[in-house]
Design a protein around this ligand. Structure first.
Ligand SMILES: [Zn+2]
Length: 272
């Protein structure tokens, strides 16, 4: 559809729509064009989509041809464990090469991290750390931020990030409590909030400075589509006691700033 026509339709349907940003989703495993169009019409004008393995990284790069979509590529812990042990170095080299060749097209290295629910024990942990470490080094080399996944592993993730001197860090679907959130703030990390409420998450959001917060859908894994980010923003707005519009706009600007969106060559954001 022509951009002009799309804009017209959007203006007619949603006159007073508020602009939102989704800091973490997976468009490569969705019917991307219909879903992106629907998200844009709903006000989600910035989507950061993450790859998790070789095929999804390739798809992620092509989805990011859309002006509202920004790519992060990486190997997540689940897929790090799924790679045959003899193939790990080859897979790493292939994905590192892909990131280097497309460094102008990507805004982060992600999704990467540690997940002890898909495989704990010393052997699995060391395999996960091998891949996570290589991805952190790649981000440093390309001067890109990282989007980190952590499940049942937050203490190790924080320790590993410190050990590797990771710079610009985004902890997606933050699983930590107030204690870990304090460490994240002290180090200048960003955390993003998924569209799921919990008493622990509520306490974290309450103590987190607005400057360290972003919102995410994690679609289609958690939210069905990137539009679910609206629920995450609403949740933050209710806990902070601030108007939805104000929170949406602050989180959008945090997301663009963190991922350096708009400043990258050839990547101009659609503006209305
Ligand atoms: Zn994810």
């Amino acid at each position: 559809m022509q951009t002009k026509q799309l804009l017209q339709e959007r203006q007619e349907l949603h006159k007073d729509i508020v602009e939102m940003a989704d800091a973490h989703c997976h468009l490569s495993i969705m019917d991307d064009s219909a879903i992106i169009r629907d998200a844009v019409l709903g006000g989600v004008l910035t989507m950061v989509t993450n790859g998790v393995d070789t095929p999804s990284n390739i798809k992620t790069l092509s989805v990011s041809d859309n002006k509202n979509v920004f790519a992060a590529i990486g190997i997540d812990p689940e897929h790090a464990l799924a790679i045959d042990e003899s193939e790990i170095e080859k897979e790493l080299a292939f994905n590192i090469g892909m990131a280097r060749q497309n460094s102008e097209r990507i805004v982060a290295i992600g999704e990467i991290g540690l997940d002890y629910s898909v495989g704990g024990g010393p052997h699995n942990i060391s395999r996960q750390k091998r891949v996570f470490g290589a991805m952190i080094e790649l981000a440093a080399e390309l001067k890109l931020p990282i989007s980190v996944h952590s499940r049942n592993a937050i203490k190790d993730v924080l320790e590993f990030l410190d050990e590797k001197e990771a710079g610009r860090v985004h902890l997606h679907f933050f699983e930590g409590g107030v204690e870990e959130a304090r460490i994240a703030v002290k180090r200048g990390y960003m955390i993003s909030v998924p569209p799921i409420e919990s008493p622990k998450r509520k306490r974290v959001i309450a103590m987190m400075p607005m400057d360290n917060l972003m919102a995410e859908s994690d679609a289609p894994v958690v939210g069905r589509t990137p539009k679910a980010v609206e629920k995450s923003i609403r949740y933050i707005s209710s806990i902070k006691g601030l108007p939805f519009d104000q929170v949406a706009s602050a989180l959008t600007s945090n997301t663009r700033k963190f991922f350096d969106i708009g400043a990258r060559s050839g990547r101009k954001l659609m503006r209305y």
